[in-house]
Design a protein. Sequence first.
Length: 657
Amino acid sequence: MKKITLFLLFLFSLHFFAQKKINLPQLGKDDIKKVVAALSTEEKVSLLMGLGLGNFKNPPAGEKTVIIPGAASRTFAVPGLGITPAVFADGPAGLRIQSQRDNEKQSYYCTAFPTATALASSWNSELVGSVGRAMGNEALEYGCDVLLAPGMNIQRNPLCGRNFEYFTEDPLLSGKLAAALVKGIQENGVGACIKHFAANNQETNRHNFDPLEVGTGWHRETGNPVINAVISQRALREIYLRGFEIAVKESHPITLMSSYNRLNGFYTSENKDLLTTILRKEWGFDGIISSDWRAGSDATAQMTSGNDLLMPGCYQRDALLSALKNKTLDIKVIDSNLERILSFVMKTPRFKSYPFSSKPDLSQHTIIARQSAVESMVLLKNSNSTLPMKGVKRVALFGKTSYRFITGGTGSGEVNYSHAVSPREGLIDGGYRVVKPLEEVYEHFIDTVLSNSKQENKKYLVDFHPELALSKEFIARQEGLSDIALITIGRNSGEGWDRKEKDDYVLSEAELSLIRNVSEVYHAAKKRVVVILNIGGVVEVASWRNDPDAIILAWQTGQEGGGALTDILKGDENPSGKLAVTFPFAYSDVPSAKMFPGEPKENPVNAFYNDGIYVGYRYYNSFHIKTGYEFGYGMSYTNFLYSDLKLSDTTFNDSIE
Ligand code: GLC
């Protein structure tokens, strides 16, 4: 009898809980407010943040923290209410996830596209849109819900370490190209994320911690101040916010990332004026706002300012729970942020159970990567029609970067691609012979640099290693074996630190003497010299550009750069890139040079934007300052002639012919 009673009791309770589960509101079926109301306080707080940087030492109970290995983070799930997790992955030059997984044969390579700085030189929003579509397709098919791109801060100063990840010095061009990329990405049904909102125009003291091991997600406070950008309202609106405004209104990004820095005294992720009054109320932004990774300091202030999601998350939980408990944070604020987060979740492929294949169309994307690289390159000099190469069979390739092209910058903007085409490989594929003794010297040099290093990650070792010096005698021997000399000058930079003026913005002595000596030897033999700039941000050019016959600004053009460069050198493609950033005549001419990266110089607390609205060409044009190469400059193989120009009027009133 007893057993029957117990069994009946068990059946009843099963029925009761099943009934209860059936009665639970479901996201997508029931009103979002009902779903929010059905959440416990712990679940609510968990949904306001990510689950950390993957394989946390103490993941939330029962949660498998990593869904897509190598993604930047993921959000919490509440299966009983139909709330699925969302996977956020970098970055602006292509999807960044781990290319290999434990115990899996399949690889997960992604396509490395040209960086934003390079794409901006194309001025071609259709092309940028096609890159966005390809990037978004890789995010979709590899199971990600948000691609943390584009980066679109204004290039205020050449030394900013992340300029490669940003488009331009001009807010209109920045907004238009960002909007094109967002539309392309979001056509796949995945979210884009415009970043870093706002005024994140340097890396020095951008935040105040060092990530320990990525896996733990824990950080060590550095004791540094977090830089405070001090900007006038006019400069803020017209220069630093304007691009974001255009992108929000023209492409409706599903997410936006606030930045690390402070702005006029407040962390941007804790700044209600910025995130609610301007972004939401004035511009009509209807997506969700995520913090940058471990940005800000006061989780309550982030919630009340309207910064919905805290990434990578997981360590503000206690702070929020106690704020709710002691009533310093109103649950209504949490609920309204959650409503936005849940309506975001409903837009994600994961919520729609999209059956991702893990097989995006990488071969098609390689074609887009090459075409976009071609259109990003800028012909800066071409005296005596040196280019396209004529009667050339044998090419002497100088410069270490000729053999290891730099595809993009370092940090979260990296892409784990399967293969990058160097100028050497591109030229050989293009039917040219590359001078062997010279190639062997560089390959040996590169091998030595790599083998001598104890560093585990050798990916960028050669990029940051000083250039190999060559004697004139050795150069003369190469001249005898070649029809033309190509010298590649490489520059890399990345997230977390700013560039230097010496041996970085200004070429090193080894690079300058290489250009000088090769030019002397080849010109004496009536042969030509071409310099290729494989750089992520502008460099000094005035002191050396008279030496070579031609200069191609290749930028960092993704994995297909070497092939795209060959297309241009051969004349299969006509260079059409135009500068979207000024090359100053000298660093001291840069309007922000005196105050970058802030005061006090040794450990900046405040960055005073005394340059105001005079950023880039707005300064050089307004005050008639000579530049190295001006905004909009770029040659092609076509000669243009203007003649008999007449104006309908001497003053411009609405229109002029
Ligand atoms: C980084 C970057 C941001 C990136 C995020 C996730 O710190 O500032 O651009 O998307 O963290 O990796």
